[in-house]
Design a protein around this ligand. Structure first.
Ligand code: SAM
Length: 301
């Protein structure tokens, strides 16, 4: 029988432990899922709450917790048990929506993912099942390291490296951070532009045509940068702009695009939010809010 896990967790030079693909993994495949050892609400993650959560765990689980990587204690002078929590806890909720998750959890395997600024794996908290899922964000070859992205948003290499150094204590040498010369300049420019576009699209409610054009540019830049997860956000933005001016054909096309992106990076359950509107777009809260009827643009072929 073949090992159902498409990865092994092993030492990676300069990074401690990490995930290595033990076979090729397809874009959109579930790499694995895991229940938390425990979760804690964002508002109550102090030492006593962590100790209370650990008290009911088995000796093996406590040992595994204590064996996780702790860089926060040294960086911020925290008690080891607290440092371990803040070094490893993953957000449980508000997946990719920008807001702070309501809780964070410890996952004895999932906390071993290292970071890359061009991640090939994305984490998704499945609230209904109470598990975290890790989805392949691109085709991955056997032997490749599987990495998530510790940051959110779009920043230049200098800004990303500064944050990763300050918060996680390492210097990032991922494929994007290792670029130099014109290639690095182009990557930094794309990410800076993506950050500007993200804000501008949000302010385009009264200029929907301009907003959709900006979303299309953002999608081209996103793909050029090798990022999968922003496709859903920008497609959904374009959908809402089309829905606001009652452009059914293009609203539908954009919603399909957002749904297909979400299925790949969060699986069918995680994409439900998008599919529920497909047959009933006129019921979406954005439908017709612009009052004026207009015909905008659909996604690029
Ligand atoms: C949540 S842990 C990830 C798993 C960790 N490698 C381990 O052995 O448990 C975060 C730590 O992993 C290391 N790390 C993560 N991504 C890295 C990267 N791209 N390069 C070097 N070290 C990295 C850093 O030490 C960081 O503080």
């Amino acid at each position: 029988m073949t090992d159902p896990k498409p990865y092994s967790i092993r030492p990676i030079e300069g990074k401690g432990l990490g995930f290595i693909a033990t076979r090729s993994i397809r874009f959109g495949e579930l790499v694995f899922s895991e229940p938390p050892l425990f979760t804690l609400p964002t508002a109550s993650q102090g030492l006593s709450a962590i100790l209370s959560a650990l008290v009911s765990k088995s000796d093996i689980q406590k040992k595994q917790y204590l064996e996780l990587t702790n860089y926060q204690s040294q960086l911020h002078g925290l008690h080891p048990v607290e440092g371990l929590f803040f070094s490893n806890a993953l957000p449980c909720g508000n997946n990719g929506m920008g807001a702070v998750a309501a809780k964070a959890g410890i996952f004895l395997e999932g906390c071993r993912f290292n970071s890359s600024c061009v991640p090939n794996v994305g984490n998704y908290w499945n609230e209904g099942r109470g598990i975290i899922e890790f989805w392949a964000l691109k085709d991955i070859e056997e032997g490749e390291e599987l990495c998530t992205f510790y940051l959110v948003g779009f920043e230049t290499r200098a800004a990303r490296r500064r944050k990763l150094r300050q918060s996680w204590g390492f210097e990032c040498h991922c494929a994007t951070c290792s670029l130099s010369g014109d290639a690095l300049k182009a990557s930094d420019e794309r990410r800076t532009m993506l950050s500007i576009l993200m804000e501008e699209i949000g302010n385009c409610g009264n200029r929907p045509g301009e907003g959709v054009k900006k979303a299309k540019l953002a999608l081209r830049l996103t793909r050029a940068e090798g990022l999968a997860y922003p496709v859903v956000t920008f497609s959904y933005d374009a959908f809402q702009l089309c829905a606001a001016v009652s452009d059914l054909e293009h609203a539908k096309a954009w919603l399909r695009e957002a749904y297909s992106g979400a299925v790949h990076i969060r699986g069918p359950e995680g994409a439900q939010h998008y599919v529920v509107w497909l047959d009933d777009i006129e019921q979406h809260p954005a439908w017709g809010v612009g009052r004026q009827k207009m015909t905008l643009e659909g996604p690029d072929e």
